[in-house]
Design a binder for this molecule. Structure first.
Ligand code: KG4
Ligand code: ZN
Length: 338
């Protein structure tokens, strides 16, 4: 079964064709980063206008080797995300599904991210799923595609959001994640000015699987005043920030693996491209855990993960129609089972 996937939830316009939920036939991603750079973040109105400009070109490219007549269903992200941006992809998908007389499959963006590792690995259930992106930091107990239990989340900023904010403080530009990641590799996280960094969100019963990042951003802002703002200092600050940010992700994830007695971990979302996080989670293999992720370009927003997840949603009978709406917030999935 060939599914055409469409993703426009934030600032990537993407279309892909995936067969049977695993074989990626095409995956075209047009990133608007260059457009939003000068604003230090995504401007929603500009994002939706540019999705509109690029959508058909991206679709044409994704369908270059697959005639439309071969498409069996159209999967599309309908939330959570920026409403104006989502509507561009959703309307395009509705038009295509209607004209082809094929099913429309609405896909949850977070569930699509979680599917990315499945595109490249045979992963048995159950596993712990960590989603770390610009909009979300989430821990799930995954017992099946349709049995996802949210066990932890951020109490304030998402980890990717913290990367972007600290990059702004350092005057590095947008998006901050890859820029800080690169600088951090050349810096020393253990310089004395940062020796009093707070240990983020202790493991109390309430917050055992939760994350918090706004305090880290503030801690960095305070300490910035204490050191000279040279290029060398920026590298050390980036390294100190990255060490704390990733330590928290790994600590809470390990809490979940141990408490739920699960031996498998899958990591997804834009921050899963982070070099230190990838290094740290790979170490878990030496402790007997199976660790899965996707290549870096499939960790950030792309339509292949939407088409893949759409295949599972289709099999579960979750079909949309012309009334299918877009939604902005994750609160549609409450803590607990899907
Ligand atoms: O999943 P994604 O593409 O979009 C959302 O759904 O949010 O994630 C984007 C986020 C941005 O905050 C970006 O700074 C972060 O992922 N990111 C990284 C890295 N690459 C992207 N964060 C840390 N290290 C990276 N290498
Ligand atoms: Zn995303």
């Amino acid at each position: 079964m060939k599914i055409l996937g469409i993703e426009t939830s934030c600032d990537e316009t993407s279309a892909a064709v995936v067969e049977n939920g695993i074989s990626i036939i095409s995956n075209i991603v047009y990133s608007q980063v260059e457009i939003h750079k000068s604003y230090n973040g995504v401007v929603p109105e500009i994002a939706s206008r540019n999705h509109l400009i690029k959508m058909l070109e991206v679709l044409d490219m994704a369908l270059r080797d697959v005639p439309l007549s071969d498409i069996d269903a159209v999967a599309v992200t309908n939330g959570p995300g920026l409403i104006g941006s989502l509507l561009v992809g959703l309307s395009t998908a509705k038009g295509l599904a209607l004209s082809l007389a094929k099913p429309l499959i609405p896909v949850n963006h977070v569930e699509a991210h979680m599917y990315a590792p499945h595109l490249f690995n045979m992963i048995d259930f159950p596993y712990i799923g960590l989603v770390a992106s610009g909009g979300h930091t989430l821990l799930y107990m995954c017992s099946g595609y349709d049995s996802l239990e949210l066990i932890g989340t951020t109490v304030d900023d998402a980890v990717g959001e913290a990367y972007d904010k600290v990059a702004k403080l350092l005057g590095l530009g947008y998006p901050g994640g890859p820029l800080i990641d690169k600088l951090a590799r050349e810096g020393n996280p253990d310089i004395p000015e940062f020796s009093d960094m707070p240990r983020l969100l202790p493991d109390t019963e309430r917050d055992r699987y939760n994350f918090s990042y706004s305090g880290l951003k503030t801690a960095i802002a305070y300490r910035l005043g204490r050191i000279r703002n040279t290029d060398a200092a920026k590298k050390d600050i980036a390294a100190a920030f990255q060490k704390s940010a990733i330590e928290l992700l790994c600590r809470k994830t390990k809490n979940a693996l141990n408490d739920f007695n699960v031996k498998r971990l899958a990591v997804s979302g834009g921050v899963a491209a982070n070099s230190l996080l990838r290094e740290e989670i790979l170490k878990l293999k030496y402790e007997g855990f199976e660790v899965y992720t996707a290549p870096a370009e499939y960790c950030s927003d792309n339509a292949a993960m939407v088409a893949g997840r759409g295949y599972q949603d289709y099999k579960a009978g979750r079909i949309g129609n012309l009334r299918t709406d877009a939604y902005s917030r994750l609160s549609v999935i409450k803590k607990g089972k899907r």
